[in-house]
Design a protein around this ligand. Structure first.
Ligand code: FE2
Ligand code: FE2
Length: 385
């Protein structure tokens, strides 16, 4: 270290979205080290199939809004485009190297929460990180600093909220503002259509208020159950939000739509005559593709099969099938039971959902879609096997 040079602090993360926890950690680091500069370094996001991650420019803008809200909009705090600009996954040792060259002779600190200390030795070339920089760790509840297991670090004074961007995104997908998020960041995301704000605005226009509410409630339950099935919250939210996007078309419009765009729907001819309401599932998948550019095959399957179910449906389809039936706001008594059951035993809830749907279908008289009956039979066979 060169005497006299003020420290440089590097703060990497996804910042998707930036939240109060990030800002509290940065503020404490600024207070304690009085650095020359603290750099926020938002990482590059790998696009996941057709899900567009929140682009760097948007995350930077949200970060600026958060900095302003937290009173940290000042010359010694900067947002670096180093990692995002490389357009690939960048390892911390590379980022540290970059700042070492940018500020030769300045003491470098790498800021992180104590939740990251435990896994530090799994980072690529972690020794090289420690050679160039010192870790600066803020204590987060539930993660003791002792978890560092021999990794040297400088502790930050204070305790810091345990907010995780991934948890906050679940609420954002539903249009709800988590308290850990600054109002300005929430407003910015919504104004830019991020976290499905654009999709929700379109749905609000094409659905009745009750249906829109049901769609958000279906997505909410799907997001809650998603981790139990290993499904990303984003996929669960997308499928839940849009599953009924064709449900408020008139029967005339729905039939026309299905005839032209859903020719491969099983038993299309019979549905057109006997149960046109079921067409909204297949029409919904086609409409979601057209309106929102959703081309993910699992999401399409989940929308297509949410009303009838089918043997062999994939995990996302099963999740939406259950969430649709058991969403908050469903006014039949079984909904609550299935909802409770889903958290304890998802497979049992899935079987129960099929039972409830079939019971209602049979009690109404008339034609029942063969896919629903096949699903029932396939579940009985599985039970015996
Ligand atoms: Fe539906
Ligand atoms: Fe629904």
């Amino acid at each position: 270290m060169t005497a006299g040079k003020k420290p440089i602090i590097i703060y990497g993360g996804s910042f998707d979205p930036p939240h109060r926890g990030h800002l509290a950690l940065a503020a404490a680091a600024l207070r304690q080290l009085k650095p020359q500069t603290l750099y926020f370094v938002p990482g590059f996001h790998t696009p996941f199939k057709d899900f567009r991650p929140v682009p760097f420019a948007e995350r930077r803008a949200m970060l600026q809004a958060a900095l302003a809200a937290a009173g940290l909009n000042r010359p010694d705090v900067k947002i670096s485009s180093f990692e995002a600009g490389l357009k690939r996954v960048v390892y911390t040792y590379e980022t540290v190297e970059h700042f070492r060259k940018l500020h030769p002779g300045s003491p470098l600190f790498f800021l992180l929460g104590s939740d990251c200390l435990g896994g530090f030795k799994e980072w690529r070339r972690w020794r090289s990180v420690l050679k160039s920089a010192r870790l600066l760790a803020g204590l987060r509840p539930g993660y003791s600093l002792a978890a560092a297991r021999g990794v040297p670090f400088t502790p930050l004074a204070g305790r810091f909220p345990r907010a995780a961007s991934s948890d906050l995104r679940g609420a954002l997908f539903l249009g709800r503002r988590p308290p850990e998020l600054h109002g300005a960041v929430f407003a910015r995301g919504r104004a830019r259509g991020l976290y499905f704000a654009r999709e929700r605005a379109v749905l609000e226009k094409i659905l009745t208020p009750a249906r829109f509410r049901h769609s958000v409630e279906t997505a909410a339950l799907a997001v809650e159950l998603a981790p139990l099935l290993g499904i990303p919250a984003q996929k669960a939210a997308a499928a839940g939000l849009v599953h009924d996007c064709a449900r408020d078309l008139s029967f005339t419009a729905l039939k026309k739509y299905a005839r032209t765009r859903c020719r491969r729907a099983p038993f299309l001819g019979t549905m057109l005559k006997e149960a046109p309401v079921l067409l909204h599932a297949w029409a919904g998948a086609a409409r979601a593709r057209r309106l929102f550019g959703l081309r993910d095959a699992e999401i399409a399957e989940a929308i297509e099969l949410h009303a009838t179910g089918a043997p062999g449906m994939g995990p996302l389809a099963r999740l939406i099938y259950v969430s649709d039936l058991a969403a908050a706001g469903r006014d039949f008594p079984e909904a609550k039971l299935v909802r409770k059951l889903a958290f304890r035993d998802f497979d049992a809830a899935f079987r129960a959902a099929n039972y409830v749907k079939l019971t209602y279908a049979f009690s109404g008289g008339g034609w029942v879609h063969p896919l629903s009956v096949s699903l029932w039979n396939s579940l009985q066979e599985k039970k015996k096997g």
